[in-house]
Design a protein around this ligand. Structure first.
Ligand SMILES: NC(=O)c1ccc[n+]([C@@H]2O[C@H](COP(=O)([O-])OP(=O)(O)OC[C@H]3O[C@@H](n4cnc5c(N)ncnc54)[C@H](O)[C@@H]3O)[C@@H](O)[C@H]2O)c1
Ligand SMILES: [Zn+2]
Length: 377
């Protein structure tokens, strides 16, 4: 696909606005997008070992073709890389490569590399520019857009970070061909999230064409990534720093984070799987409180099941999870405000809203109704 046949979305943030390009083969043509943004024709690519083996050379060649000199920093793959030690390592490596205030660095990877590189860019020389080249479906539809960057500490995920918007996002759909199935499905759960929270037509489209998306069909993937990015871009443009509406993007995440915590952030349950199960519970809660018509949760679950995602807590492998423990994790959630839990609920498919007045007994009832254990084992 040529550089001109891609799909383009603008994230409208005044002087910090930027474009998202979505298309197949963008690594090869990356230089034509990036060269005009550079102060001088050089850059540093930050990536992880897995992505480096699979895709780094193509990006290096794509940049070299536009006369850009390239260095690279290759970090270990995995969530543990979003850490203070790796942040220090990355910042000093970038300085060793001679990165100056007006230079730009490139994050080539999933959300881990994007979040860490974005944060390093936010603080290096008091802030340099960066570009996102997301390589997972989750990163293409979610983490690469919106400017949240950061690392984890022993107290929890994403507790140290900064808002720092990228200057450009290049979502190359061909990169997703090498993505392990489980990673692809995790990203698909976030795609479904956009449909459920704001676009019932898109949900219908996913019911008809989701299998093509998950099979890697270029046209279907391009549509799913585009619609998802459009929604994220518009939510972020309206509420960059999550004073209000951006919280809608947390649909399924209050339950999801509690499920991830209760399973020890382990292989038992990935983030996307937790969001899938969490969305089902959020829709149960919406129905229980009389906000959504009966059958809304069942329709979502049927789709998640067809996609090969868990839709119900009892589909999480291992011993059943305990309701009190999940409630405890929910109260720890960083979105809890003065003890009140904030939930994203729906009035129907595609109509999410923020609810901060959900009685704890109703949450407990939904969890108990989900056939979890009522007591801590
Ligand atoms: N900033 C935000 O707004 C935001 C939003 C959502 C999630 N996140 C963060 O994103 C992170 C999760 O991102 P992720 O799911 O992309 O995980 P990830 O970056 O760990 O990537 C998942 C795995 O896939 C590998 N990989 C990446 N691209 C590949 C490819 N094309 N082919 C083969 N393997 C590939 C990686 O090496 C890694 O092992 C979390 O840290 C989360 O907190 C941030
Ligand atoms: Zn998520």
């Amino acid at each position: 696909m040529s550089a001109r046949s891609d799909r383009q979305i603008q994230v409208a943030l005044g002087t910090r606005s930027y474009d998202i390009h979505i298309g197949a083969g963008l690594l090869e043509t990356a230089g034509t997008y990036i060269a005009p943004l550079l102060f001088r024709p050089r850059t540093v690519i930050v990536t992880d070992e897995t992505v480096a083996t699979l895709h780094l050379t193509r990006l290096q060649e794509g940049l070299a073709a536009a006369g850009i000199a390239v260095d690279s920093v290759i970090l270990p793959p995995g969530e543990a890389t979003k850490s203070f030690p790796q942040l220090e390592h990355l910042c000093t490596a970038l300085l060793d490569h001679g990165v100056e205030r007006q230079d730009m660095v490139i994050a080539l990877g999933g959300g881990v590399i994007g979040d860490l590189t974005g944060f390093a860019a936010a603080i290096l020389r008091r802030g340099i520019d960066f570009i996102q080249i997301p390589t997972t479906l989750l990163a293409q539809v979610d983490s690469s857009v919106g400017g949240k960057t950061g690392i984890n500490t022993r107290q929890g995920k994403n507790l140290v970070g900064a808002f720092h918007q990228p200057r450009l996002v290049l979502a190359d759909l061909s990169i997703l061909r090498t993505l392990p199935r489980r990673e692809l499905l995790g990203g698909y759960a976030e795609v479904v999230k956009y449909a459920v929270l704001g676009d019932s037509d898109f949900f219908e489209w996913l019911e008809a064409h989701g299998a093509e998306v998950r099979a890697g069909d270029s046209a279907a993937l391009a549509h799913a990534v585009e619609i998802s990015c459009r929604m994220k871009a518009s939510v972020v443009a309206a509420d960059e720093r999550e004073g209000g509406g951006r919280a809608l993007l947390n649909l399924g995440h209050t339950f999801g984070h509690a499920l991830e915590a209760a399973t020890g952030f382990s292989d038992r349950l990935s983030h996307g799987e937790a969001v899938a199960v969490g969305m089902g519970l959020a829709l149960d809660l919406s129905e229980r409180l009389g906000h959504a018509p009966p059958g809304t949760a069942a329709r979502l679950r049927a789709h998640l099941k067809a996609a090969g995602l868990p839709a119900h807590p009892d589909e999480i492998p291992g011993p059943p999870l305990a309701v009190p423990e999940l409630l405890h994790h929910m109260r720890q959630d960083k979105k809890a405000r003065q003890g009140t839990l904030v939930f994203i609920l729906v009035r129907g498919m595609g109509e999410a809203f923020i609810a901060d007045d959900v009685p704890p007994a109703e949450i407990e009832a939904v969890l108990s109704g989900a056939a979890l254990q009522d007591t801590v084992s």
